[in-house]
Design a protein around this ligand. Structure first.
Ligand SMILES: NC(=O)c1ccc[n+]([C@@H]2O[C@H](COP(=O)([O-])OP(=O)(O)OC[C@H]3O[C@@H](n4cnc5c(N)ncnc54)[C@H](O)[C@@H]3O)[C@@H](O)[C@H]2O)c1
Ligand SMILES: [Zn+2]
Length: 361
């Protein structure tokens, strides 16, 4: 891949999904102002930590609602607060919503946008690396319940997504690494040459080198879109299923919810999940020990988490059973066959999973 290929503005249009993704630097305020010019009323839902000047002097029809973000905002209470603020500020059928923030804000605002007044047009401006490479793509939104993550939500594609990497400068390193975890996930499930490219260039990307970063974001988006286009609503039960994107997440979701989202951020939890699920792949004879070692080496080199004590604990199994993707006592996994190819695996019952996890370190 050539690292200087990125153009000034890249638009990925998708007719089937009725959405388009724009990749462009230093473009947020122009993008927001254009939407304000073309719509009667615009609600900007903004993550409090995102410091951007929207330059909205002339746009009297633009209302900003700031929210303190994080996993705790993706709750019934967070949803209630946000929708009530929208209604109190006279949102109507001609209003549109722009969500500017990380994955938690995008998931919450996307859910609000698809339910308030039975659904309004919305635009997404993801401001974390994780949301730029993953959560802003594919139209899933939602909130968590006490019984598990993302159990309430809809499929609803944003009209447009703007990916602007200039907003990442204020993002803590820990959050950059969290986004990198989803990038490496995309490579591991679908693209061996992308994995090799990441092996060479990960440090440039983690240091926010613009052209490397934009290329990794672009590659990630294309891999995610491949699955979303084939299986938007996650109906398929085969290797093209959208569920393949859940590699690392069966375990990862259980780990993060066990710690009440306090000990690990999403990327850290799914890093532990990916290594655990790669070890399960290896235990089942699906992934070779050589390739497993190669994956672990990469994770260690770039400071991604690989293990936590909860992995061998019975409590984790109880969490896994609550996952909406698991039925009865069978736990579904997206497993790795080789680096760059994955398979859907639904044959493991909870006792077998527990037995395997007991043996992993
Ligand atoms: N809908 C989907 O398809 C999908 C896919 C993957 C993940 N997700 C969800 O995404 C969420 C994780 O998203 P996230 O990692 O972006 O977390 P997040 O939204 O909590 O953001 C992480 C932290 O960074 C802050 N932040 C955001 N932008 C910033 C910026 N530019 N500068 C400084 N700080 C900034 C936030 O306030 C927060 O404290 C999880 O809830 C996960 O379930 C959804
Ligand atoms: Zn994820």
């Amino acid at each position: 891949m050539n690292s200087n290929y990125m153009q000034k503005k890249l638009i990925i249009k998708n007719k089937k999904l009725k959405t388009s993704i724009i990749i462009k630097k230093n473009y947020i305020s122009k993008f927001v102002n254009n939407i304000a010019k073309n719509n009667e009323k615009v609600f900007c839902i903004l993550d409090k930590k995102v410091k951007i000047d929207l330059n909205i002097g002339k746009q009297k029809n633009l209302k900003i609602i700031s929210i303190k973000c994080g996993e705790k905002v993706k709750t019934f209470d967070g949803y209630k607060d946000l929708t009530q603020r929208l209604i109190k500020n006279n949102i109507n059928r001609k209003s549109v919503i722009i969500a500017i923030g990380g994955g938690t804000l995008g998931d919450l605002a996307g859910f609000a946008a698809s339910t308030v007044l039975r659904g309004l047009d919305f635009f997404l401006i993801p401001t974390t690396l994780l949301s730029q490479v993953d959560s802003s793509i594919g139209g899933k939104n939602g909130i968590n319940t006490n019984y598990g993550k993302n159990l309430i939500g809809t499929f609803n594609q944003p009209k447009q997504v703007l990916i602007d990497i200039s907003v990442l400068n204020s993002l803590p390193k820990k959050e950059i690494r969290s986004g990198y975890a989803e990038i490496i996930k995309h490579a591991l499930i679908k693209d061996y040459s992308f994995f090799c490219w990441l092996e060479k260039n990960a440090s440039k990307l983690l240091n926010l080198n613009k052209s490397f970063l934009e290329k990794a974001i672009y590659k990630s988006i294309m891999i995610k879109l491949f699955y979303v286009k084939k299986d938007e609503k996650e109906f398929l039960i085969n290797n093209n299923s959208r569920a393949m994107l859940n590699f690392g997440h069966t375990i990862g979701h259980a780990v993060e919810s066990h710690y009440d989202y306090k000990k690990f951020n999403h990327g850290e939890a799914i890093s532990i999940g990916m290594i655990t699920e790669a070890k399960i792949s290896n235990y089942l004879g699906i992934l070779s020990s050589n390739e497993l070692e190669k994956i672990i080496k990469h994770f260690k080199k770039y400071g991604l988490k690989i293990y936590d004590n909860i992995i061998n604990d019975k409590k984790l199994i109880d969490r896994l059973i609550k996952d909406k993707k698991n039925f009865q006592n069978n736990i579904n996994f997206s497993l790795i066959k080789n680096i760059g190819s994955s398979i859907f695996y639904s044959k493991l019952d909870k006792n077998k999973v527990y037995k395997i996890l007991q043996k992993l370190k």
